[in-house]
Design a protein around this ligand. Structure first.
Ligand SMILES: [Zn+2]
Ligand SMILES: [Zn+2]
Length: 591
C-alpha cells in the first residue's frame, strides 16, 4: 500500500514538474574550464549563508577548475544562476513559496529553467542544500576532517534537478572526536557544533543546537563548598549523610534554590545553548531520607519520579525569563525507568541513556534491549521532549573490534519512531582511534540524518572512496567480524574486554589475514597504507592482550607502536590517565 502511495506521489510530482523538462532542454553549468554561471547571494545574507556560497564556489572550483563569481541578485544573468539562500530571486522564480524559519534544517535544491535554487533555513538548511547538491550531483565526499573527494570533470549538464530533504532528528550529535572539527561537522550535518566562519578562523555564534553539560548536581551544589556546613543537602544513605559519590537531597528547599540559581546563571552567561542540564552525578546513591522516599513512593516507586518533580520546579522557575530555553535531565541508570503520575513540563528535555543495552542486537531482539525499548516507549508517551544518549563505542577498550554496524540504523529508527527530538551517539570523543572510527563517524552522520538510509550502501561508498583498492577487504573483514562475533547467546554492552567469550584466537588470525590483503592492495600508496594500518590496530591490540608473547614475536607490537605514534593516539579507555605508553611499556618488559 505504502509503495502504491509513493508511486502516486511520484506521478503527481512528475506532472507538476514535467513542463520544465518536456522540451528535454539541457543546461551546461560548466564545460572545458569555462562557465557562464554566477553564484547569487543576497547582500543582506547572514554569515551562515555566505559560508554556503563560499563552500559552493570552492568545491565547484575543485571539480571544474572554474571559479564562479559571487554576485548580488540584481547582477546575475537570468537562466544561468546558482541562487544560494531564500532571497528576492527565489521569490521571483517560485511565487508562493514560503521562506523557511531560520532554524529549520530542511532544504531543497531544484532548477527553474537554467537557474538552480538552493535554500533552506538560514542557519543551516541552505548550507546543507549546497552540500547535498555537491554530493548527489557531482560526487563530492567529505570522509574525514582531512580527507575529501571532489572528482574532476570537464562538463556538468542537467535537464532537471530536484531534491528535498528533512532531518529525522532535530539535534544530531555525532560524538566522535573527528566529528567535532567545525568545518567537517557542518559537512556531516552534525548540528551540535557551531559553524566555522567563512575564513575558518572562528566560529559563528548561535549556529548550533547545543546541549549544555551533564552530571551537573556537583556543579550547582559542590560537596567541598557545602558539605561541612550543610550535610543535609546531600544524600542520606543508611542513616548517614554521604560526602563521597553522593547525590542531592531533592526535597531540601535550599537545594532547589541553589539549582535554580545555577541554571539561571548558566542561561544568562552561556546564551548559545538550547538545553541546560540539571542532572544526577555519574554514580548511584540517591537520597533515602523519609521526605525523598515519600515522593519516590508517590510516583510509582521510581527515582525518576522525584527527579522529575524536582526538575519541573526548576523549569517552572526559569520559564518566565527564558521561555524558549529548556532544562534537561537524565533518565539514566537508577532513573531510567519512567515514573507514574507525573510528566515532564513542556520546557523539560529528558535524556534517556542506553548504557545497559546490548549493541549486537536490535531493540526487540534480546532481553536487556526489550527492557530498554519498554522504557523508551513509556518515556515517549509522557515526555514532550525526549532525547536519547546512545552508546556506540567500546569505552573500556576503544581499540577493540566491535560488531555493531548492523544495529546502528535499527536502533536509530526505533528512537526516531518514538518521537525523539535528538540523539547523541557517544563514541571515542576523547581521541581518534576506535575501530574504523573514520567509517563510524561517517555512517552515524548519515543515519542520524536519515535512519532509513541503507547502511551497507554507505559503507560501500565510504570504503571505496577512503580505502581505494583495499576497500573490498575492509568490507570483507566487517562481514567476517559481524558473522563471527555476533554468535548465539552472546550479548554485549559498551564495555567489552579482550578476554570476553565474544572474541577468539581464530577470529584474530583470520581477521589479520584479511586485513593483510588490504595492506598488500595499497602497498603502492603510502597515504592509503596509513589508513589501512589504522584499520589493523584493533587486531594488533586484541592479539597483544590475548597472546602477548606470540603477538610480539610476530611483530604486532612494533606495528602497534608505529601506528599509534604516527597518529598521536594516546588513549585506550575512557577513564583514567592516558594509557598507551603504559600499555606499551608493560609489553616491552615481556620481550
Ligand atoms: Zn532527601
Ligand atoms: Zn543482545
Amino acid at each position: 500500500m505504502r509503495r502504491l502511495i509513493s508511486l502516486f506521489v511520484l506521478a503527481a510530482l512528475w506532472q507538476l514538474l514535467a513542463p520544465q523538462t518536456a522540451c528535454g532542454k539541457k543546461y551546461t553549468v560548466f564545460a572545458d574550464g569555462r562557465s557562464e554561471y554566477v553564484i547569487v547571494l543576497a547582500s543582506d545574507a547572514v554569515e551562515n549563508e555566505r559560508l554556503a556560497a563560499v563552500e559552493l564556489q570552492r568545491w565547484l572550483f575543485e571539480v571544474s577548475g572554474v571559479q564562479l563569481p559571487i554576485v548580488a541578485p540584481n547582477e546575475g544573468q537570468r537562466g544561468r544562476r546558482l541562487i544560494v539562500g531564500f532571497n528576492a530571486a527565489t521569490e521571483q522564480l517560485l511565487k508562493g513559496e514560503v521562506k523557511p524559519e531560520a532554524g529549520n534544517d530542511s532544504f531543497t535544491y531544484r532548477n527553474v529553467g537554467g537557474d538552480i535554487l538552493l535554500w533552506g533555513g538560514a542557519d543551516r538548511g541552505t548550507l546543507y542544500a549546497v552540500y547535498s547538491l555537491l554530493e548527489r550531483e557531482l560526487g563530492c565526499r567529505w570522509y574525514t576532517s582531512d580527507v575529501s573527494l571532489a572528482p574532476r570533470r570537464t562538463e556538468w549538464t542537467f535537464a532537471r534537478l530536484f531534491n528535498h530533504e528533512k532531518p529525522a532528528l532535530r539535534m544530531r550529535d555525532d560524538n566522535y572526536r573527528d566529528a567535532m572539527e567545525p568545518r567537517f561537522a557542518a559537512r556531516l550535518r552534525n548540528n551540535t557544533i557551531p559553524l566555522p566562519t567563512v575564513d575558518g578562523r572562528g566560529l559563528i555564534p548561535g549556529s548550533a543546537i547545543r546541549y549544555w553539560s551533564c552530571h551537573t548536581f556537583g556543579q550547582f551544589v559542590p560537596v567541598n563548598k557545602y558539605f561541612d556546613t550543610h550535610p543535609e543537602y546531600f544524600s542520606l544513605i543508611d542513616g548517614k549523610r554521604l560526602r563521597d559519590r553522593s547525590q542531592l537531597c531533592l526535597t531540601n528547599p535550599d537545594v532547589l534554590r541553589l539549582c535554580t540559581q545555577g541554571i539561571l546563571e548558566r542561561m544568562r552567561t552561556l546564551p548559545d545553548f538550547l538545553v541546560y542540564s540539571l542532572s544526577q552525578n555519574d554514580w548511584y546513591n540517591p537520597c533515602q531520607c523519609s521526605k525523598c522516599q515519600a515522593i519516590v513512593d508517590k510516583y510509582g516507586g521510581q527515582q525518576s519520579g522525584i527527579m522529575l518533580w524536582f526538575v519541573n520546579q526548576v523549569a517552572d522557575a526559569v520559564k518566565q525569563e527564558f521561555p524558549n530555553k529548556f532544562v534537561g535531565t537524565f533518565a539514566y541508570q537508577y532513573t531510567r525507568t519512567p515514573p507514574t503520575g507525573i510528566r515532564p513540563r513542556q520546557n523539560v528535555v529528558v535524556r534517556l541513556c542506553s548504557i545497559e543495552t546490548c549493541l549486537l542486537h536490535e531493540y526487540d531482539d534480546c532481553e536487556q534491549n526489550k527492557r530498554f525499548l519498554d522504557d523508551l516507549r513509556q518515556w515517549s508517551s509522557i515526555a514532550p521532549n525526549l532525547y536519547v544518549w546512545d552508546y556506540v563505542c567500546a569505552f573500556s577498550d576503544y581499540l577493540l573490534p566491535l560488531p555493531n554496524f548492523k544495529t546502528l540504523a535499527s536502533h536509530l529508527r526505533d528512537i526516531r519512531d518514538h518521537h525523539a527530538i535528538g540523539v547523541m551517539e557517544e563514541g571515542d570523543y576523547q581521541n581518534r582511534g576506535a575501530e574504523l572510527d573514520e567509517l563510524r563517524v561517517y555512517v552515524l552522520a548519515k543515519l542520524l540524518w536519515n535512519p532509513d538510509a541503507d547502511t551497507d550502501s554507505i559503507i560501500y561508498d565510504f570504503t571505496e572512496g577512503f580505502y581505494g583498492p583495499a576497500g573490498k577487504y575492509i568490507r570483507q573483514y566487517l562481514e567476517y567480524e559481524h558473522q563471527t562475533l555476533r554468535r548465539e547467546g552472546i550479548h554485549q554492552n559498551c564495555y567489552p574486554r579482550p578476554h570476553f567469550a565474544m572474541y577468539s584466537d581464530e577470529f584474530v588470525t583470520e581477521s589479520r589475514r584479511i586485513l593483510q590483503q588490504a595492506l598488500d592492495a595499497v602497498a603502492y600508496n603510502s597515504e592509503l597504507q596509513k589508513r589501512v594500518d589504522r584499520a589493523m590496530l584493533p587486531l594488533d591490540y586484541l592479539w597483544l592482550c590475548r597472546k602477548p608473547d606470540e603477538a610480539i614475536a610476530a611483530g604486532a607490537l612494533s606495528h602497534f607502536k608505529r601506528v599509534m605514534n604516527q597518529n598521536n593516539f594516546t588513549r585506550i579507555r575512557e577513564w583514567g590517565k592516558e594509557q598507551v605508553a603504559e600499555f606499551i611499556q608493560r609489553l616491552e618488559e615481556k620481550k
